[in-house]
Design a protein around this ligand. Structure first.
Ligand code: NAP
Ligand code: MG
Length: 502
């Protein structure tokens, strides 16, 4: 029997909190519901954690950290992580369908992008467990100096709704590989796959309390976790606004903190670019995952002299995007995650028009039939005549809305591209190799894509400059966020220290 409850199951979908290896109700007995954003119908009822449950989960994680988990060999830790990656692969079609039902992303994306990367991250970090090493340092004199890399301890992890299971994987995999224990809070909009992951975590053989999953609201459960004096590290992905609250809460206890926040990425098309590649890249930059991507190419800079042709092609291609039932394999864009996000996007469409931008496509919800009339759908939307000072060029919309800005020369371009509080990612489309690398050096962003966009791999670091946050996820750099370096000095001379006389 499958441990994952498939999306078609007729049994009412209910999830409890996962604390200390047990499935338990919230102390308050409260629950909340998560809708399917394609129809507005209830998908699941979920126990709602708040401070009392966070306290329990942090205590369980502490006991696990000091108990079985710390005594387990790195090899066994790696094997359990590897087993989890295999279980995810085995259940990937059920998990993909659940992700689509809870988040609204097209099944094509959850099946071919999210789930493979989830499994890949656990597999990649499984390999790291046995390779986290210290160093020997060539210090002078008769001294031996070496370092130990140790886990930081109990980690609080707060994740968003745009890639629910993938964000859980990005956070859990390096933390666990390094020997930490975790209290994970999924987003209220999309708790379902994290709870299913809890079942696979049990099946994989993690000792009780190593991973605790506590769905609930940000203002209660999230805030209690970030401010908890019993955690050693807090990792957060979400809005810059909440990121600042997390950093403030962490400052109170001087908890180690890493933040992966918003973005307003420049995606830049030079006149010498391969036009087909660039048009497709612009679309991938903003319409993928309904534009709900922190590194979305939401500022599309187009060289003045190709503006006409480029925009004609972009509008034509955008008009062929299928917006609709996310479970349909032919759908390119499903609904936005929630009514709140849909309204936020609509408000930015008004802002753009008031600021004098020209709407070239979209701008409203599509007319869909049947159950989907109640879904939170929005059309792919293109604004031109945007200048970089406008709110739609400076603020993160987090929807399928692109702002087209033209530029004349490279100096003007780099100044505008960097003129943002964010610095998560950037894209450039050109056949000029020197220009591409010059740009990669000059742009203030954590990730640069040259003639491509939205490329990720578990081995490659991801994270921001400026108000896009600090710390790097994935790759070996992620381990730095989840380990302490301890320096150990050993006298080899056998002689007393003579400083205060013999
Ligand atoms: P958000 O509030 O930043 O949510 C991210 C996570 O933080 C969720 O788990 C949320 O919990 C939690 N949270 C909220 N308030 C908290 C608090 N005071 N203390 C601790 N945790 C807290 O993001 P959102 O409201 O879902 O979306 C708003 C905007 O954030 C979007 O429009 C977008 O601009 C940005 N965003 C960015 C990313 C990204 O990947 N960089 C992802 C999502 C959203 P609950 O959801 O349960 O309340
Ligand atoms: Mg939902």
């Amino acid at each position: 029997m499958s441990s994952v409850q498939p999306v078609e199951s007729n049994t009412p979908r209910k999830y409890q909190l996962f604390i200390d290896g047990q499935w338990v109700d919230a102390e308050s007995g409260k629950t909340f519901t998560t809708p399917n954003p394609a129809t507005g119908e209830n998908l699941a009822e979920v126990s709602e954690a708040d401070k009392a449950d966070i306290d329990k989960a942090v205590s369980a994680a502490r006991r696990a950290f000091e108990g079985k988990w710390s005594k387990m060999s790195a090899r066994d830790r790696g094997r359990i992580l590897y087993k989890l990656s295999k279980l995810i692969e085995e259940h990937s079609s059920e998990l993909a369908a659940l992700e689509t039902a809870d988040n609204g992303k097209p099944i094509k994306e959850s099946t071919y992008v999210d789930l493979p990367q989830v499994a890949e991250n656990f597999e990649y970090f499984a390999g790291w467990a046995t390779k986290i090493e210290g160093e020997t340092i060539p210090v002078p004199g008769q001294m031996f100096n070496y370092t130990l890399r140790e886990p930081v301890g109990v980690c609080g992890q707060i994740i968003p709704w745009n890639f629910p299971l993938l964000m859980a994987a990005w956070k859990l995999a390096p933390a666990l590989a390094a020997g930490n224990t975790v209290v994970l809070k999924p987003a209220e909009q999309t708790p379902v796959t994290a709870m299913e992951l809890g079942k696979l975590i049990q099946e994989a053989g993690f000792p009780e309390g190593v991973v605790n999953i506590v769905p609930g609201y940000g203002e209660t459960a999230g805030a209690a976790l970030a401010a908890h004096p019993g955690i050693d590290k807090i990792a957060f992905t979400g809005s810059t606004e909440v990121g600042k609250l997390i950093a403030r809460a962490a400052a109170e206890n001087l908890t180690k903190v890493s933040l992966e926040l918003g973005g307003k990425a420049p995606n830049i098309v030079f006149a010498d670019a391969d036009m087909d590649q660039a048009v497709n890249g612009a679309m991938m930059g903003i319409f993928f995952n309904q534009g709900q991507v922190c590194c979305a190419g939401s500022r599309l800079f187009v060289e003045e002299k190709i503006k006409g042709e480029f925009l004609d092609r972009l509008i034509e291609k955008a008009s062929r995007i299928n917006v609709g039932d996310p479970m349909d394999k032919g759908t390119h864009m499903g609904p936005q995650v929630s009514e709140e996000q849909l309204n936020r996007i609509k408000s930015y469409v008004d802002v753009a028009q008031k600021e004098g931008a020209t709407m070239l496509a979209g701008g409203e919800s599509p007319q869909l039939a049947g159950a989907f009339q109640k879904g939170y759908f929005f059309q792919p939307t293109i604004f031109s005549d945007v200048n970089n000072q406008m709110r739609v060029a400076q603020e993160e919309i987090f929807g399928p809305v692109v702002s087209v800005i033209t530029f004349r020369d490279e100096d003007d371009l780099i100044r505008q591209a960097n003129d943002t509080i964010y610095g998560l990612s950037a894209g450039i489309w050109t056949r000029d190799i020197t220009r591409a690398h010059r740009f990669a050096k000059e742009i203030k962003a954590g990730v640069v894509w040259i003639n491509t966009f939205n490329m990720f791999n578990a081995a490659s670091p991801f994270g921001g400059y400026k108000q896009s946050g600090y710390g790097r996820e994935m790759g070996k750099h992620a381990l730095e966020m989840y380990t302490h370096v301890k320096s150990v000095w050993v006298d080899l001379s056998g002689r007393p220290i003579g400083w205060f006389g013999k």
